[in-house]
Design a protein around this ligand. Structure first.
Ligand code: NAD
Length: 375
């Protein structure tokens, strides 16, 4: 059994193999291949390559000879052309937007697992890459925003005067939002938060932040715990309810996502303009359409002195830890379905985790939503 880890695209700082997970794969007698041009930072991983426990190969050779290919970012179409049928490809795949890519995978009879489709169940937690990355993204969002803010976050009582704590407003309290709240609290900020799912109120309070209440009428969540999309009227009510809080906040962090849809636009230009110059917004939903009017993917823009950060790879700001947890997610996934007797990956289509995250297998779409959308 051969597993290949190709180089990620040039702007990616994370990697899907660490020295620690490599050792666990090697214990299972799996052959590991890594793309030659990768600049490895992880000392343990470097040693394993130097002593030839892991073989460094050209990209084409790795793609062609692998039984499993693991990466963070989806492979390119030209890579797919070089992969043998029946190979298993594991990465974030963005399967609801990458129609051509998943069609190619299906047509070539390549099996593919989309890490964003790992279900949010207790058994699958150790493989949940959305959560492992969102957690670090929430942390990075606060660190980056506080670096750009021209103020300190905590209250300080000094002989030279009292500094009041900065105000942080977190919109959307999923995994990233909760970590953003916790990080901002640790740094001493005064934190407020809002989510359309009222169930998160207790979680917000338990972190010592204030939960902002806005009456939007019925807001439902899916059985996976995801928010459902709001109506136009509800979005307007939400904007109305958040206006004053945004205007008085030093940092606004937006994380609002609706699974499988573009992110809701909840901060208007008018709301940005009402904020104090020097304030900072982090639009954590920038790569799925953006929560903030005027935010730009991969850029920090300034509107009326308000900086809007559109960093689309916040977990990549702390690559050692985001690689560590992603590599663990990937190892745990392979380990869960590993058949020691014949050293193979067990494609148990009855399994609730695999039937969800498997996008293509043996020339068919497997995940039910992907199947439905590609009828
Ligand atoms: P997400 O990234 O899909 O969305 C982020 C947050 O945005 C969510 O809390 C959502 O309610 C909120 N949101 C959507 N529209 C909004 C709007 N208009 N205004 C304000 N907020 C809005 O969420 P996520 O971090 O992936 O988590 C989704 C759910 O899954 C949560 O309930 C989380 O606790 C749950 N979860 C469960 C497990 C598990 O049980 N294993 C693991 C991870 C997450």
């Amino acid at each position: 059994m051969n597993i290949f880890f190709p180089k990620e695209h040039n702007n990616e700082t994370r990697f899907s193999l660490t020295g620690e997970t490599a050792e666990k794969f090697l214990k299972k007698d799996i052959n590991l291949y890594i793309e030659k041009t990768i600049q490895v930072q992880d000392t343990k991983l470097k040693n394993l390559i130097e002593n030839k426990s892991i073989e460094a190969v050209e990209r084409d050779q790795g793609l062609d000879s692998a039984n499993i290919i693991c990466s963070l970012n989806k492979l390119e179409l030209e890579d797919i052309a070089k992969i043998k049928p029946e190979t298993l490809v594991i990465s974030f795949l963005d399967p609801f937007n990458e129609n051509q890519l998943i069609e190619e995978l299906k047509n070539k009879s390549i099996s593919s697992i989309s890490m964003e489709l790992i279900p949010r169940t207790t058994r699958a937690q150790k493989m949940d890459a959305l959560s492992s990355q969102a957690n670090l993204a929430g942390y990075s969002a606060v660190i980056i925003a506080s670096n750009l803010l021209e103020k300190a976050l905590p209250m300080m009582m000094t002989a030279a005067g009292t500094i009041s704590p900065s105000k942080v407003f977190v919109v959307g309290v999923g995994v990233a939002g909760l970590q953003a709240i916790a990080t901002a609290k640790r740094l001493g900020a005064r934190v407020e938060a809002f989510d359309t799912r009222p169930v998160v109120e207790d979680q917000v309070k338990s972190l010592g932040a204030r939960f902002v209440k806005i009456d939007l009428g019925d807001t439902e969540e899916t059985n996976q715990g995801y928010a459902k999309a709001l109506t136009e009227e509800q979005i307007q009510k939400q904007q109305e309810g958040m206006k004053k809080i945004c205007a008085s906040s030093d940092i606004v962090i937006t994380t609002a996502q609706v699974f499988g849809r573009p992110a809701p636009k909840i901060i208007t230009s008018e709301m940005v303009e009402a904020m104090q110059p020097g304030s900072v917004i982090v639009d954590m939903a920038v790569s799925s359409g953006g929560n903030v009017e005027g935010s730009k993917n991969g850029e920090t823009v300034e509107i009326n002195g308000v900086k809007i950060i559109g960093n689309e790879n916040l977990p990549g700001e702390v690559p050692t830890h985001s690689s560590q947890v992603y590599a663990n997610n990937v190892f745990n996934l392979i380990d869960e379905f590993w058949n020691d007797d014949d050293a193979s990956f067990n494609f148990d289509l009855e399994d609730e985790i695999l039937s969800n995250c498997l996008v293509t297998h043996q020339g068919n779409f497997i995940n039910s939503s992907v199947k439905e959308r590609n009828k």
